[in-house]
Structure formats: structure tokens, C-alpha cells
Design a protein around this ligand. Structure first.
Ligand SMILES: NC(=O)c1ccc[n+]([C@@H]2O[C@H](COP(=O)([O-])OP(=O)(O)OC[C@H]3O[C@@H](n4cnc5c(N)ncnc54)[C@H](O)[C@@H]3O)[C@@H](O)[C@H]2O)c1
Length: 358
């Protein structure tokens, strides 16, 4: 295979945790450029991945003809401009969630990428949890029956610590809504289908975090009505004391249908819980081993912490889609449809009304 050269723009937390280890597993794939506006962050990333080219300005990196693909892992307000610049130079783009600050910008990114015929992917990393993929297939083959209810709960304990750009509206767009709930909105749309209307509440409980102003939501909840008539209740909090801040904190999705119910918990990555209508209660079922890694992924599912390592399959999906010249899953359009739900949630909270989603 001819080597594929990647640039990573934004070398903070998620790049060190997910992107660099993920791409390191992909054959014939080289991270040849790293970019960050913070020299200390750039140095730290270079120690983990000695890329030959570094820059504080993404335009230097994107201008290079020998870069084939770009990963955007910067704060949310920068995603759209960097993505458009990369697409204009014909680069394939993997962009972190939330894709943009609003749905119009996210759709413009998706349309530009389609027009340029480059591969585009939104980093909805939790799609890669084996149990979530298995659940998606069980629902698609009809095991749930008619979907009645979708319920997701993401509870973490971030306390009152400063969140940097994450607590500033012009940099992040939204708080907990975009940071954590966006993944669970993606689950909902992927498992149940489009949302027809919703009502939402967003609360800023700590307007000061370690002395720094915060103008974004620490807690968010949505009540949703899906186009197929199912109901949805989605809640996410950074202030669930005692739940801890790590990836092991509560992340659950329950689906109730006319035939069965299913319960997915990210921490229990290779099991689901399920019960039949009229049955005695829920039982725990195994996720078949064929789901333990993304199809074709070179990752050994027995190696490393499985709760961390499933995230590396995201890099494989991006690279494999580029090589196979097929759409990435999930693409920018999936990122844009989540953004439309987020826009509706913000409007609903501002106007205290139900919002229809076209
Ligand atoms: N998919 C997931 O599960 C997941 C998890 C965490 C974060 N994220 C997303 O990843 C993105 C980054 O989050 P993070 O936690 O890594 O943040 P971070 O603050 O740790 O890192 C962001 C980095 O981007 C750099 N940066 C800012 N502006 C830049 C620019 N114009 N050009 C180059 N570098 C720039 C900063 O210096 C910083 O080092 C966000 O969009 C976030 O929502 C996704």
C-alpha cells in the first residue's frame, strides 16, 4: 500500500488519548505533521509521535501536497474554518464532535466535502463500543419490535474545576449539550431514527469555575418525540457528585419496544441487558466476539484496556474508508443532523417551548 500521510491539528487531550494511538495501529499510515498553537502541547505530542513537520499554524500544514488527510481536534469554534481550508486543498477530514457551532455551518462542511469528493468523518467515538454496534444490529433486524422509548443518561462528576475553552460559549458553542450529550443524540438518531420535535432545559449551575466565568450548561435534559412516534428522554450532567469524571462514569441507553427492551452501558462494553415483554426481568447477554472490533480493524481486542481501546477503531474506519473510496461511518452529515437537534435544544431552552425539527 502507498503510505497515507496524516496531519493532526490540535494536539491536546483527545489527540494523545485517541488519535495518536489509533493511527499508530493502522498499517501504512504515518502521522507526518502535528499542529498546535500551544508550543508546550506540541512538544508533548511530538514526544509521543515524532512527526517530521510541526507548526503552530494549520495553514502551513494544510498547504503541503504530501499530506493526504487531516484530523481536526481543536476547540469547537475552530472546526469549520479548518475543515473548509483542508477540504479546499483536497484533504480527507476526520473532525471532532461537535462538528461546528450550529447546524448551518455543519451542513456547509458536509456539502463542501461532498462537492470536493473527499472522505469526511465525525468523531462520534462511542459508535465504536462493541455493545453499541451489536445493539444497533439487533434493533435493525427487528428484535425490539415497535420502538416505544429511548432513554439515555450520562452522569459525571467534574465538580467546579475550570474547564478552559469548554466553559466559554463563543469557543465551545454549548456546554454539556455538545460535550457529552451530542454522542447520545447520535445514538438516539442511529437507533430510533429522526426526532420530530423536542423540548429542552439547559442549566448553568456554576457561573464561576475556579474564578473563571462560565456561561454554558453544566446539565441538560431533552424530552423528544421521534418521527416514528417513540419517545425519548436524554439527560447529561457534569455535576453528578460521586459519579467520577472518567470514562467509567455512568453512560447508559435503554430502549423499550413492543417485543423487548435492551439496556446498553458503555462500561460493560461486551454485554447487553435485555428482557422480553411479559418476562421476569432483564438478563445479561454476551456481545459476540465478532463485534469486539470494527470489521477489518487491525486492533487486538485482547490487548490493552478494552474500555479505552475500542476508540482506536475510529482511526481504522477513517483510513479504511479513504483506501476503499467509500463513505466513512459516521460522516459529516450525521454530525450535522446531531447539530440540528442541538440547535433545537438551545432554542427550546431559550424560548421555553417545544421546537419542531424539519
Ligand atoms: N470524540 C470524543 O470522544 C471526544 C473526547 C474529548 C474531546 N473531543 C473533542 O475534541 C476537541 C478537542 O478537545 P480536547 O479535549 O482535546 O481539548 P484540548 O483543550 O485538550 O486540546 C485542544 C488543543 O487545540 C489547540 N488549539 C486551539 N486552537 C488551535 C488552532 N487554531 N490551531 C491549532 N491548535 C489549536 C489548543 O492549544 C489545545 O492544545 C473538541 O472539539 C472536543 O469536543 C471529543
Amino acid at each position: 500500500m502507498p503510505p497515507l500521510n496524516l496531519a493532526i491539528i490540535g494536539c491536546g487531550g483527545i489527540t494523545l488519548q485517541n488519535h495518536l494511538p489509533g493511527f499508530a495501529l493502522c498499517p501504512d499510515t504515518r502521522v507526518t505533521a502535528l499542529c498546535d498553537t500551544d508550543p508546550a502541547v506540541l512538544d508533548r505530542a511530538r514526544q509521543q509521535c515524532p512527526a517530521p513537520w510541526v507548526s503552530a499554524d494549520y495553514r502551513d500544514i494544510i498547504a503541503r501536497d504530501d499530506i493526504h488527510a487531516v484530523v481536526i481536534a481543536t476547540p469547537n469554534h475552530t472546526h469549520a474554518a479548518i475543515a473548509h481550508a483542508a477540504i479546499a486543498r483536497g484533504k480527507h477530514v476526520l473532525c471532532e464532535k461537535p462538528l461546528a457551532l450550529n447546524a448551518a455551518d455543519a451542513r456547509a462542511m458536509a456539502d463542501a466535502a461532498d462537492r470536493a469528493k473527499v472522505r469526511h468523518m465525525t468523531a462520534f467515538t462511542y459508535r465504536f463500543v462493541p455493545a453499541m454496534r451489536y445493539l444497533r444490529d439487533l434493533v435493525a433486524r427487528g428484535d425490539l419490535g415497535q420502538p416505544y422509548h429511548y432513554r439515555s443518561c450520562r452522569l459525571q462528576d467534574w465538580g467546579t474545576r475550570a474547564l478552559g475553552w469548554r466553559q466559554i460559549q463563543c469557543l465551545a458553542g454549548t456546554g454539556e449539550l455538545g460535550d457529552m450529550l451530542s454522542h447520545r443524540i447520535d445514538f438516539a438518531l442511529n437507533l430510533v431514527g429522526p426526532i420530530r420535535r423536542l423540548v429542552a432545559h439547559l442549566v448553568n449551575i456554576h457561573p464561576l469555575r475556579q474564578g473563571n466565568p462560565s456561561d454554558l450548561d453544566d446539565w441538560v435534559a431533552l424530552i423528544a418525540e421521534f418521527a416514528n412516534g417513540a419517545t425519548g428522554v436524554l439527560e447529561s450532567s457534569k455535576l453528578a457528585s460521586g459519579r467520577n469524571e472518567s470514562w467509567r462514569s455512568l453512560d447508559s441507553v435503554e430502549l423499550n419496544g413492543s417485543e423487548r427492551s435492551f439496556l446498553f452501558v458503555t462500561g460493560d462494553w461486551n454485554h447487553l441487558q435485555t428482557g422480553r415483554r411479559g418476562g421476569p426481568g432483564f438478563e445479561r447477554i454476551d456481545v459476540p466476539e465478532s463485534y469486539w472490533r470494527w470489521p477489518g480493524s487491525p486492533r487486538d481486542p485482547q490487548s490493552g484496556d478494552p474500555l479505552v481501546a475500542f476508540r482506536y477503531d475510529q482511526a481504522w474506519e477513517f483510513i479504511d474508508a479513504i483506501r476503499s473510496q467509500r463513505p466513512c461511518v459516521p460522516g459529516f452529515h450525521e454530525g450535522a443532523r446531531v447539530q440540528a437537534v442541538m440547535d433545537a435544544a438551545v432554542l427550546s431552552a431559550q424560548t421555553r417551548q417545544w421546537i419542531e425539527i424539519s
